[in-house]
Design a protein around this ligand. Structure first.
Ligand code: P6P
Length: 339
């Protein structure tokens, strides 16, 4: 049987579940189309004069790569005229982007990290685009959308996904009814389903963490990693492998496909200091991971339950294999109990 295209998958999902509204289908197709264009730009590399930095910093104080801005503009332009959105938010923008008055407005809020792992671009490694879809609160109808309207826990997302620009260009998506992978068929420009519903294989002894930041780890994280470093002679009685790609999208994709666990803990010495952003990195990935049978917490508590207090709020992240993630949380709670 020929692989389903993204369009046909969503139409059939709409018929089957009855919950996929046409405006949400249009939103996902629009984001997917923008990701095709981003993939094309990234693929040009030095030939397209898209590599390198702009010499500017984004709202996070991070050096902006040319492609960070190009991808951000592509996603804004693609999504603002369709009538499916009330507003957008991005890692690259300090505050929300309201839909211009000349366009109709819809019921959805779109958040995205246009290029995740952009420091990998100039050295030819995988990067990605992460997106999250919320519903604008009913209370917002008839008034201007505010940043406060975005402050919803991740469990309220109606969809999330990522594109990964690697050996293949892939789109991984959940509409809340399972996780599906689509591969970009460049010959016809279509996204074609190549895997799904994805389920995280249990028991893969592979952890992803930036070991250089061990001084920032809590005793619980240190205990968890030390045990795995001891391997089969230690309490795990198994040897573990380590991977760290510098791109959350690439690490999450590997975990969805072959299991394991990803950790980017908050800085234990400075409460509240973390690296990954809740709204457009941790939440969309946590929804995908849970939909694939895994778990996602901040070292203690479920990420999708966190009530955000700011658009660019950062959070510790532990996600992947359910048993591994629950072990980290158990160590974290044990450590709290001994304080
Ligand atoms: P470090 C990329 O900048 C990112 O936000 C994630 O994609 C990635 O997992 C992490 O930061 C890498 O952080 O400290 O290893 O550079």
């Amino acid at each position: 049987m020929k692989p389903l295209t993204l369009t046909r998958f969503m139409i059939e999902e709409q018929r089957r579940s009855g919950v996929l509204r046409p405006e949400l289908r249009l939103l996902i197709e629009t984001v997917a189309r923008a990701c095709k264009t981003i993939s094309h730009s990234i693929g040009k590399g030095a030939l397209g004069e898209v590599l390198g930095s702009l010499g500017s910093e984004n709202v996070q104080g991070e050096v902006q790569k040319k492609l960070d801005v190009i991808a951000n503009e592509l996603l804004l332009e693609a999504n603002e005229w369709g009538g499916h959105l009330a507003a957008m938010a991005s890692e690259e923008m300090e505050t929300i982007h309201r839909i211009p008055n000349r366009y109709p407005k819809g019921e959805y809020l779109l958040l995205f990290d246009p290029i995740d792992g952009s420091s990998n671009i100039d050295v030819g490694l995988s990067v990605g685009t992460i997106f999250s879809v919320l519903r604008a609160p009913a209370s917002a109808s008839g008034r201007e959308i505010t940043e406060e309207d975005f402050m919803q826990p991740g469990a309220t997302q109606v969809a999330s996904g990522y594109a990964i620009y690697g050996p293949q260009t892939l789109l991984v998506l959940t509409l809340g009814t399972g996780v599906y992978e689509f591969t970009l068929d460049r010959e016809v420009g279509a996204w074609k389903m190549t895997d799904g519903p994805l389920k995280i294989p249990a028991g893969n002894c592979e952890f992803a963490i930036n070991m250089a930041r061990h001084k920032q780890w809590s005793p619980a994280i240190t205990r968890y990693i030390d045990e795995r470093m001891e391997g089969e002679t230690g309490p795990c009685a198994k040897d573990y492998n380590m991977r760290w790609t510098g791109s959350m999208v690439a690490d999450v994709h590997r975990i969805l496909k072959r299991g394991g666990v990803f950790l980017y803990p908050a800085d234990h010495r400075t409460p509240g200091k973390a690296r990954l952003r809740l709204m457009y990195e941790a939440n969309p990935m946590a929804l995908l991971i849970e939909q694939a049978g895994g778990a996602a917490n901040n070292g203690l508590d479920r990420i999708l339950d966190i009530l955000p207090t700011g658009l660019h709020e950062r959070v510790g992240v532990v996600l992947g294999d359910k048993a591994e993630v629950e072990t980290v949380a158990a160590y974290g709670h044990e450590a709290m109990d001994t304080v």
